[in-house]
Write a protein that binds this ligand. Structure first.
Ligand code: NDP
Length: 292
């Protein structure tokens, strides 16, 4: 039976480390990291995320600035707000909650965020830096996944990794990170032939597909480490719903060496890494060392 990688505990630990460093920054440099979160419209899932980001930001001792805009907000108004946040010295991280309403060009908005304040790591400059293996801001979900992998496995060099999913927010940056760690990386997607066979080759399997329990235990190489990024809500058969990942947990856990559960795996790491990125950027923008 696989070791369960406890993302909830890992994230709690990371958040308390961040809070400790924020307290030192405040004391030694009178610097309080600030994260601005912009939400356009009333998408219920986005509202939940934004609330939880704000709460965890404050708990880490940082300043949280929430900007809730009407669904009818124009692109020019949104760009105007981002300009002000880019210029605000109290703001070190800017996150625009996606998806944006259809009349707004997401790419234009993301690329208007100052490269140094792009704590989601979605700006083309940060994407480019990651793709050439340079230091930049790394998207939170892949960063959290990598932290857990390194914590569990140590050196990843030479390991065979497969990432199932090639989205810009998870699959591709995850592949770039693992390549940077000198893994031999396969990126699989909906056109991949013999996906189970490809998965069975991998020492590290990252699932970021968005299909409930698609990856079965007999797709997993014995002893492999499985990171399940998927978050899918399915019928629980009792009139309610439950969350499952992209991996069929029980059958995979019987074969894998280690596995992240859903919920309680990658999910909690995403916001913790957002706080991590905000702390790093507050230090970088103010030219001070991140406290030890
Ligand atoms: P996308 O829908 O953007 O991408 C899904 C990817 O999976 C695509 O590349 C697609 O291939 C591939 N895919 C779809 N069906 C198959 C299939 N049958 N076989 C092989 N590949 C397939 O999803 P995201 O990357 O945004 O998210 C993936 C999952 O991760 C979702 O469940 C999401 O909820 C979750 N998530 C969790 C986060 C967290 O905080 N833990 C954060 C972000 C996402 P193709 O490109 O060919 O269409």
């Amino acid at each position: 039976m696989a070791t369960i990688i406890d993302g909830k505990a890992f994230a709690a630990n990371l958040r308390s480390e961040i809070a400790r460093k924020v307290a030192i920054l405040k004391q030694q440099h009178d610097l309080v990291p600030g994260l601005a979160v912009v939400l356009v419209g009333e998408d219920p899932a986005s509202q939940v995320y934004v609330r939880s980001k704000g709460k965890q930001t404050v708990e880490a001792g940082m300043n949280s600035y929430e900007h809730r805009l009407d669904a009818g907000t124009s692109q020019a108004e949104l760009l105007g707000l981002i300009d002000r946040l880019n210029a605000d010295p109290e703001v070190h991280g800017i996150l625009v909650q996606l998806p944006l309403p259809g009349h707004i060009d997401e790419e234009a908005v993301i690329n208007s965020i100052s490269v140094d304040k792009d704590v989601d790591g979605f700006h083309l400059s940060n994407v480019g830096k990651l793709s050439i293996g340079a230091d930049g801001i790394v998207p939170c979900t892949p960063l959290g996944s990598l932290m857990m992998l390194k914590d569990h496995l140590g050196d990843l060099s030479g390991k065979k990794a497969i990432i199932v999913g090639r989205s810009n927010i998870v699959g591709k940056p995850m592949a770039a990170l693992l390549l940077k760690e000198s893994c031999t990386v396969t990126i699989a997607h909906s056109r991949t032939q013999d996906l189970p066979g490809e998965c069975r080759e991998a020492d590290i399997l990252v699932a970021a597909v968005g299909r409930p329990e698609m990856i079965k235990g007999d797709w997993v190489k014995p002893g492999a480490t499985v990171i399940d990024v998927g978050i899918n809500r399915i019928d629980n058969g009792e009139g309610g719903t439950r969350l499952v990942g992209d991996v069929e947990f029980d059958s995979a856990a019987a074969v894998a060496g280690a596995i992240t559960p859903v919920p309680g795996g990658v999910g909690p790491m995403t916001i913790a890494c957002l706080l991590y990125n905000t702390l790093q950027q507050a230090c970088r923008i103010n030219d001070v060392e991140v406290p030890e």
